[in-house]
Design a protein around this ligand. Sequence first.
Ligand code: RIB
Ligand code: CA
Length: 315
Amino acid sequence: MAEARRKIIIDTDPGQDDAVAILLALASPEEIDLLGITCVAGNVPLALTARNARVVCELAGRGDVKVFAGCDRPLQRPLVTAEHVHGKTGLDGIDLPDPVMPLQDAHAVDFIIETLRAEPPGSVTLVPIGPLTNIATAFARAPDMVGRVAEIVLMGGAYFEVGNITPAAEFNIYVDPEAAAAVFGAGVPLVVMPLDVTHKALTTRPRVEAFRALPGRLGPAVAAWTDFFERFDKEKYGSAGAPLHDPCTVAYLLRPDLFTGRHINVEIETEGRFTLGMTVADWWRVSGRAPNATFMGDMDAEGFFTLLTQRLARL
Ligand code: RIB
Ligand code: CA
């Protein structure tokens, strides 16, 4: 008996890697029922993330997907963006036409709340792949939402891999540490894809060429995005290619066996002078603090890229 399709909301700040995560979800309709895409300010300002999410949906021929604009800045801090990584548009690497499909009128946070209220409790998974501002705002505005969420599978944080935007913090958490603290402290079942695993999801020439060979416009776009995206990590880490951070979340929904981790306590630093936004992951279980997250530590990168390429070929 096939597993029931998993209902998800992707909360995102596209970004080339977000784009690949969205495409992977759209390419997997047997397993994933994408209820909507909610956009948040992060890699680039909200107007661009809300544009980019629709550009990606139209690239996949899915102008029917409901896309919502959400919070345009963190809960308490000024917005920090990452044009130095993703380019001015957030989807640099290839010029794609402005979207024709509309943005939904409702605010993303209202959509999250209304959807969680309308769907049976425990049937909707949230997949945040940007700063956690929308999710934290939904929980603050409607605390009864916490008990209705099936699971949160997010990209963010780092432990052994340390930070990518500061020496201590990963970008999604660093942009809105207060929002992250609220989400990690909410008590919702939480699966975390930190840099510790996403830095193992590295593109290589053969992997990018496999993307480029995909049918239609999709192949050249995905290859162009990863070509653009990889230059930052190559320069900084001397790594072989681009880390496909965000698609690790959707890949987990499809093939959880590709990932291994530990159920541990993870706290968010919201006051540190040098460590603001750090995910303090108690990997060795020395704190005595209650576990609140399944924090991934390793992945089967070859299996991930095989899954990703096979699925994208369907679009
Ligand atoms: O640190 C990586 C994360 O920050 C990814 O989600 C990437 O898209 C950026 O948002
Ligand atoms: Ca992202």
